[in-house]
Design a protein around this ligand. Structure first.
Ligand code: MLT
Length: 272
């Protein structure tokens, strides 16, 4: 039986995971995967916009939000296995997948390994490359900084890269919400996730094999996964389109939800 509502608990791949499941029974399904180090609430405005016509599911990746951290090390492969087990537990054979940044790394890895489980993809503010040696070193320095200086410092360091400069004037509620998401994430999870991100494999060489429709969205001022990364992915994915989201940085779905939601609804309308 389907459980509808917010913060539903489910054991997935030996980990207690928290998820929201809204919208009518039998409606087309879309699963949202959040970025690092955030949680499912970053999708609240998309859930609200879609839930009359779609079954909308947003879950907390293990170690984030209200999901358990657990004992084992994290990897993007593990997060993909969690996603597949989550879909199996909810008896979802196929779904549309929407991932932002780390959520996009998971979505790309998932479709490349389990292509028959996904009917369309939305890749938001993400890329297909692995970390450069410099990026890996930066992540290891972040782990040291979290240990020595704490999570508030981490949030203060991350926020200027997550948001466009103008969002600091126009989106103060979103900035406060994201800061809270970051500082509430367990240190052990931050460390394990940073290792998972640093060790992830590239997925660019397999983009040409993606057969489903793909919408790529990116904030015009995204500094972490800039428009050039989105353009490079779009050139390799056959059935793909790219839309730049103005007045937005890396968290384009939160910074300009009107444009993001309108592109999302248009894409979903065209594929159904
Ligand atoms: C994210 O938003 O998920 C992160 O910025 C991803 C990353 O650091 O590579």
């Amino acid at each position: 039986m389907r459980h509808k509502g917010n913060n539903i608990k489910l054991s997935v791949n030996n980990c207690n995971v928290s998820y929201n499941d809204e919208g009518p029974d039998g409606a087309p399904i879309i699963i949202f995967i959040h970025g690092f180090p955030l949680n499912k609430s970053m999708w609240d405005k998309q859930v609200k916009a879609l839930k009359d016509d779609y079954r909308v599911i947003a879950y907390d990746i293990r170690g984030h939000g209200n999901s358990e951290v657990g004992e084992i090390d994290f990897s993007i492969d593990l997060f993909v296995q969690d996603l597949l087990d989550f879909m199996d537990a909810l008896k979802i054979e196929k779904t549309v997948l929407c991932g932002l940044s780390m959520g996009g790394y998971i979505a790309l890895n998932a479709i490349e390994n389990y292509s028959d489980r996904f009917t369309a993809l939305i890749l938001s503010d993400t890329n297909c490359t692995a970390d450069s040696p410099e990026a890996k070193e930066k992540r290891m320095n972040t782990i040291i900084s979290i240990k020595e200086k704490g999570v508030v410092k981490l949030a203060d360091d991350l926020l200027p890269n997550l948001f466009a400069p103008e969002s600091f004037k126009s989106n103060s509620e979103e900035i406060a919400a994201v800061k809270e998401m970051i500082v509430k994430t367990a240190k052990s999870s931050l460390n394990k996730s940073l290792h998972a991100l640093a060790n992830r494999k590239e997925t660019c060489s397999k983009l040409a094999k993606i057969k489903v429709p793909v919408l790529i969205l990116v904030g015009e001022e995204d500094k972490i996964t800039p428009p050039e990364s989105a353009i490079a992915m779009q050139e390799k994915i056959k059935d793909s389109s790219l839309q730049l989201i103005p007045h937005a940085g890396h968290l384009s779905n939160m910074e300009n939800e009107n444009e993001f939601n309108s592109q999302l609804l248009k894409f979903l309308g065209n594929i159904s």
